[in-house]
Design a protein around this ligand. Structure first.
Ligand code: NAD
Ligand code: IPM
Ligand code: MN
Length: 321
């Protein structure tokens, strides 16, 4: 039986994940769903944001639906989501940004780069080691190439090799692998790429880049489709997979039933495709489009529908088919 771990996390995770869970339960009542509680609230209550036991529970699932967790900028607090990505070796972070006339897949390396975890801080100096390895780069660029071949066959490599030695290695491996794979490819400095993707989104297919560049690029690119409430993501490794919106816990709007649940719904759709139900992914997307077409929208898209009510409208649309 397919087992799905449900992690609401913090903030709007408690609002958007229940919406996505209802849709999963409607489409797959035969799956087993079980909650795993991790995050900042859990830390406030117990002093531990995520225990080894929670990691074991997550590993016992076939797939994980994850909301978002609050990560306070405190010296000793370790981000739960980063811990999970590392513990489950979820090396490929896929972030699709799709709108009228463009369809971009950002493939973000998810385990190394500036998120190596190799850091030091004192009162006067702090350092973070940016680690790029051949093994880490080969596996992410090969994932990106596989995706490009299933799509429009074009790969763009985003880097900053003009100043960073770590990106010289990243760029050179990506170029060599792309050439060997016989796909169409180019490379761009990440700062110029960030603007060009906003100006000419239609000229992009798959973009592969390092950890923090992919983080920033996915938030900025969400501007093309109406913001963070819309972009889902998949974190995929060889053994495990976690699906989450690109957005965070949004404390500024949490608890008000105004968050857009579309990113969470689309993340649930990606989860279904990973579990072998690509039709489920398409059904969720069609239902979202049909609801939006009737003018039902959350506040970030200029509407006034609440999070729960938008979810109910999607459920209603799915029931009718
Ligand atoms: P954020 O993504 O939570 O919010 C940025 C802005 O976008 C806010 O104004 C917010 O209201 C808006 N927004 C986000 N999601 C929305 C939605 N679904 N509908 C409507 N508006 C939405 O980023 P932040 O404010 O920089 O970070 C808040 C917290 O979330 C931090 O603690 C951060 O570390 C954490 N975070 C967690 C994850 C994760 O767990 N995967 C991801 C990003 C940020
Ligand atoms: C994301 C978030 C995380 C990241 C943070 C919360 C650790 O910004 O998933 O985009 O930087 O990867
Ligand atoms: Mn981010």
């Amino acid at each position: 039986m397919t087992r799905v771990a449900i992690v609401e996390g913090d903030g709007i995770g408690h609002e958007v994940i229940p919406v996505a869970r209802k849709v999963l339960e409607l489409l797959h009542p035969e799956y087993e769903y079980f909650p795993v509680e991790v995050g900042y609230h859990r830390w406030e209550m117990t002093g531990c944001p995520c225990a080894d036991r929670d990691i074991a529970d997550l590993k016992s699932a076939d797939a994980i639906l994850f909301g978002a967790v609050t990560t306070p900028p405190m010296k000793d607090y370790q981000s739960v989501v980063l811990r999970i990505r590392k513990a489950l070796d979820l090396f490929a972070n896929l972030r699709p940004v799709k709108g009228t006339g463009f369809d971009i897949m950002i493939v973000r390396e998810n385990t190394e780069g500036l998120y190596s975890g190799s850091e030091e801080i004192s009162d006067d100096r702090a350092t973070t080691l940016r680690v790029v390895t051949r093994e880490g780069t080969e596996r992410i660029v090969r994932s990106a190439i596989r995706l490009a071949k299933q799509r429009r066959g074009k790969l763009t490599i985003g880097h900053k090799a003009n100043v960073l030695k770590s990106d010289v290695l990243f760029r050179d491996i990506c170029l060599a692998e792309s050439k060997a794979a016989g796909i169409s490819y180019n490379d761009k400095f990440i700062d110029a790429l960030a603007l060009d993707v906003l100006q000419h989104p239609a000229s992009y297919d798959v973009i592969v880049t390092t950890n923090i560049f992919g983080d920033i690029l996915s938030d900025t690119t969400s501007y093309l489709v109406g913001g963070l409430g819309l972009i889902p993501s998949a974190n995929i490794g060889d053994c495990y997979a976690l699906f989450e919106p690109v957005h965070g816990s949004a404390p500024d709007i949490a608890g008000r039933n105004i968050a857009n649940p579309i990113a969470a719904l689309r993340s649930a759709g990606m989860l279904l495709a990973y579990c072998g139900d690509s039709i489920g992914l398409d059904r969720i997307e069609s239902a979202i489009q049909e609801v939006l077409a009737t003018g039902i929208k959350t506040r970030d898209l200029g509407g006034s529908t609440g999070t729960r009510e938008f979810g109910d409208a999607v459920l209603h649309m799915l029931h009718r088919k």
